[in-house]
Design a binder for this molecule. Sequence first.
Ligand SMILES: Cc1cc2nc3c(=O)[nH]c(=O)nc-3n(C[C@H](O)[C@H](O)[C@H](O)COP(=O)(O)OP(=O)(O)OC[C@H]3O[C@@H](n4cnc5c(N)ncnc54)[C@H](O)[C@@H]3O)c2cc1C
Length: 490
Amino acid sequence: MSKQRLVIIGNGMAGARFVEELLAQGGGALFEIAVFGDEPYGNYNRILLSNVLAGTYDAQDIFINPPDWYRENGVRLHLGVRALEIDRQAKRVIGEGGCAEAYDKLVIATGSRPVIPPIEGLSKDGVFVFRTLDDCRRIAKEAKHAQRAAIIGGGLLGLEAAYGLLKLGLETHVVHLMSHLMEAQLDATGGAILKRELERMGLKIHLRKRTIATLGQDRVTGLVFDDGATLDCDMVIVCAGTRPNVELAQKAGLAVERGIVIGDDLASPDDPDIYAIGECAEHNGQTYGTVAPLWDQARILAERLARRNPAARYTGSRVSTRLKVAGIELTVMGAKDPQRPNDEVVVYSDPSRAVYKKLIIRNGRLIGAILLGDGMTIPTLLQAFDRRARLPENPAEIMFSFAWSNIPKASETQRICHCNGVSRAKIVAAIRSGHCTVDAVAKATRAGTGCGSCRTEIHAILEAHLRETGGALAAAERVGQLRAAYDAAS
Ligand SMILES: Cc1cc2nc3c(=O)[nH]c(=O)nc-3n(C[C@H](O)[C@H](O)[C@H](O)COP(=O)(O)OP(=O)(O)OC[C@H]3O[C@@H](n4cnc5c(N)ncnc54)[C@H](O)[C@@H]3O)c2cc1C
């Protein structure tokens, strides 16, 4: 049987994950695969760019699949080549430099790009956005000669960029339009506590500030606000949100709202042979800006196309995220406020210790939470949220006890590392093969190498497993030691 031709546009987190999933499910036997990726690298973990900027990761440690991986797996990668047009009549994708690929099935995974707000003078030298590895390198290079930086935008990305520059030794200002930080995920109380903690670390935060222009001729030397005030700085990073890359789909006549419209089969309603996944896709009126949904989409689309489960459907994702600023423990999930009259709200606030916890409960289940200043309860609450588990009668039990037993026994497929999409089964398999420390498990599976919030849970799985295996513990430790010694030597 001859293979069908499958083309993927976008070699970012969704596109590359989809290819991995498809190959893992035997799709290599069914499809001849070609990928267009306009970045000049193999695939890397975009989440970790914040850590690269902050200096806690080296850029080369964030690569997932180098170009060789594609070659070794029979995937034709058009590296650094932008797809310019989808010709639906001829079923062809045309790329830069005359490069073209015919397709039977096409997956669009073009992600998002930074929004550039209407501020005069953002094209000057010294102004950056923060989305790609190249952006990250440019920012780090500029920071070597700068003293004062301003970040426009006090959302998650803006704060992570600000923390990175603070760590690089710059006087760092965050300029935010709204009345509190991270207003999409936090309420005003949580935002106020976060602000105080960030200021304690050394960030300068300016709220309710609308930037209207930059100062300087060819190079930026400051910002101008609508109240007439100014702020001197040597560099500016614009972190004012993202916009899905939909232009290719739009030009090809596919339905586009904010993102490329897809159904539960992840296909465009206008063309059953064209799919969209990741940040460029819009499902049920919802676009996403985090990786957990794209892991789901990549897996389900691979199951459909590899024919392992041709009827698999995507029904939406539950979203949680964590601020990657060392010293501040902040995880948010789902709704930040009640949305229906019967939704219950349980709050614990201890501003003097910078602890703020808020749960939104509907019909006995968690539909949202803000967890600031207490990492211990996060794994349990994340699990309750992901699994839509019924909560105990007394909510205090969930807020203060992480040994809460009411969550159904964890399944093998349960995702432990949300950043890298690593399941419990994969972690247990790594432990069974002798990876007996959290670091060793991380190295073997990538679990815990994203935002790091799952490391407590990996530790718990490790301990439970080693306890269960009892007599095998010493042997496993020995294998672990040998492996560590081998890794160190190699
Ligand atoms: C600094 C930073 C920190 C983040 N931290 C977190 C976090 O902690 N947790 C979390 O869940 N999420 C985080 N995110 C968001 C996460 O990285 C995104 O949700 C994820 O990368 C989306 O994957 P994607 O494949 O849809 O898009 P991308 O990863 O952006 O990939 C799209 C790729 O397609 C390429 N492309 C676009 N158009 C074309 C074309 N015409 N031809 C060829 N190639 C094209 C793009 O250049 C890009 O390489 C972070 C993002 C950033 C930037």
